[in-house]
Design a protein around this ligand. Structure first.
Ligand SMILES: C[S@@+](CC[C@H](N)C(=O)[O-])C[C@H]1O[C@@H](n2cnc3c(N)ncnc32)[C@H](O)[C@@H]1O
Length: 333
């Protein structure tokens, strides 16, 4: 076998080109019309024209499109892709080509060499601030998790409904709710109390826009809370789902201490649930975790590791409420 046959494997741009093209609707436009190069750029006027032009030219060089007499056409390869955009989207959402993790190839070096976090170094802000500000990126999050696989069972959310301290609570405050899928799962599973979903302020619009909360009118509150800088309102049950893996040990301890002063004395409980496998497919579990490690400074921890951090933060009562191949849940107070 010649070295040429594996050279393509080293091209880190290609998966990002595929992802960006599928997500932006570029393939659909080229497949359904005979537009010129300029007309395509005009019809996608919310995208940066310079980058879009380069993207189309790159697709030509990769063999998916053909720029001929100023017209842009799909090659046979491109037609196959255009017929399978939904599939491509779901596959790339779960791979390193995912829009959400498209920075991974750039950031791996810094993480491996214990350098400064790539996002703070290059963008002067953290990964989540950046992701939440970009509608395309967080749309890819939603897409990844509501795609053609059952995220509730993949992420073993049922474990949360078996955690009495959570499921039988009257009020829950969830910190870092993301798209709100966990809160929605708890509600649709028969939780009868109220739930406040919260996240960084730039994630709030995507939470408030969802019509699914209407099924639980008067029981869902949405609040902007930065769990590191804003006061955390006093509450008897506070939930952190899939948050710790984003943060290093010191940051986790700071967060636990802040929550400790916010949970109500004598009755308050902190429920911590962490996903430990991101996929049913053995072939991409480590890839998923490595990709996350490129984006954030945390890591996927075992229940014992998390328990140690909770103790260090001053909690004395910790119980393991659930544990499975995909997730564990701890209750601490
Ligand atoms: C991995 S997601 C988890 C989302 C959700 N809990 C779930 O299980 O699907 C992490 C979330 O934490 C949020 N986040 C990051 N930093 C935060 C902070 N300082 N305060 C509040 N939320 C934060 C992010 O915006 C993101 O929605």
């Amino acid at each position: 076998m010649s070295i040429d046959s594996i050279l393509g494997d080293f091209d880190l741009l290609k998966p990002m080109v595929m992802r960006a093209s599928a997500q932006s609707g570029l393939f659909d436009i080229v497949a359904s019309s005979q537009l010129t190069f300029d007309e395509i750029v005009e019809s996608l006027d919310y995208l940066d024209p310079y980058t879009l032009r380069l993207l189309i030219q790159a697709l030509d060089e990769y063999g998916y499109m053909l720029i001929k007499d100023d017209k842009v056409l799909l090659t046979e390869l491109g037609k196959t892709l255009a017929r399978n955009i939904a599939f491509i989207n779901s596959v790339t959402s779960r791979s390193t080509a995912s829009g959400l993790f498209s920075y991974a190839p750039l950031a791996l070096h810094e993480r491996l060499e214990r350098g400064a976090n790539y996002f703070e170094l290059s963008h002067k802000e953290q990964y989540w601030q950046l992701v939440n500000r970009d509608p395309n990126l967080y749309a890819s999050f939603e897409q990844g998790y509501s795609g053609n696989f059952d995220s509730d069972s993949l992420l073993d959310r049922a474990q949360l409904t078996k955690t009495d301290e959570l499921f039988k609570a009257r009020n829950i405050l969830e910190l870092g709710s993301g798209y709100g899928d966990t809160a929605y799962f708890i509600l649709k599973s028969g939780f009868s109390g109220n739930i406040t979903v919260s996240d960084l302020s730039n994630r709030i619009p995507v939470l408030t826009a969802q019509s699914r909360w209407q099924d639980f009118q008067g029981r869902v509150y949405i609040s902007a809370i930065d769990f590191f800088t804003d006061p955390i309102p006093h509450h008897s049950t506070i939930l952190l789902d899939s948050i710790l893996a984003d943060w290093d040990d010191d940051q986790c301890i700071i967060l636990f201490r802040r929550i400790r002063s916010a949970i109500k004395e004598n009755s308050g409980k902190l429920v911590i649930s962490e996903v430990t496998r991101f996929s049913n497919d053995d072939g991409i579990d480590a890839i998923g975790k490595l990709t996350l490690a490129c984006a954030v400074s945390g890591r996927v921890r075992s229940e014992e590791e998390v328990e140690n951090l909770i103790r260090t933060a001053g909690y004395t009562k910790i119980t393991l409420a659930g544990s499975s191949e995909h997730r564990f849940t701890l209750v601490a107070y």
